[in-house]
Design a protein around this ligand. Structure first.
Ligand SMILES: [Zn+2]
Length: 153
């Protein structure tokens, strides 16, 4: 058997472009409409186990209950974890460097993945209190929230 060092590496050329379209569904559509039209972040509560989801979903992941009870959040939350993206890719919504975090909004039991802006990326810390900053022109996308920024102390 040949030693691995003697083998030429194989080069694979490819191009992946995956534009897609899908329905946001009844629950996702309301969530996105509220972001776009009212700058409101809505969650949904499970009547059986009380778990509050944001983004909202139609079925509870814990107990499979049907979710109908909408809850308006004020948008503030806590940074649970994050990473700093240092290399730009075409799929990123903004140029690197930027922070991508999981934010647990007050009143929700789940984490929302979003960017953290107006922050010192080298000194971000888990537990930072955040608030949403909405775009002026919104189009019904999670990116209608431009990012979350640290709350003024
Ligand atoms: Zn449940």
């Amino acid at each position: 058997m040949d030693k691995i060092e003697t083998k030429e590496p194989m080069i694979v050329h490819g191009k992946i472009i995956l534009p897609y379209t899908h329905s946001a569904g009844r629950v996702g559509s309301r969530f996105l409409r509220e972001l776009r039209d009212s700058k409101r972040i809505l969650a949904i509560r499970c009547p059986a186990c009380n778990r509050v989801y944001v983004p909202p979903r139609s079925t509870c992941a814990r107990c499979f209950g049907q979710l109908e009870e909408w809850v308006e959040l004020d948008g503030r939350g806590t940074l649970i974890t994050y990473t700093v993206v240092r290399y730009s890719l075409p799929v990123h919504p903004v140029k690197a460097p930027f922070a991508l975090g999981i934010i647990q909004l007050d009143g929700a039991d789940t984490g929302l993945i979003h960017m953290v802006g107006e922050a010192d990326l080298e000194n971000l810390s888990i537990g930072t209190r955040l608030e949403p900053v909405f775009k002026e022109v919104r189009e019904g996308s999670i990116l209608d929230i431009k990012y979350f920024r640290p709350l003024a102390p």
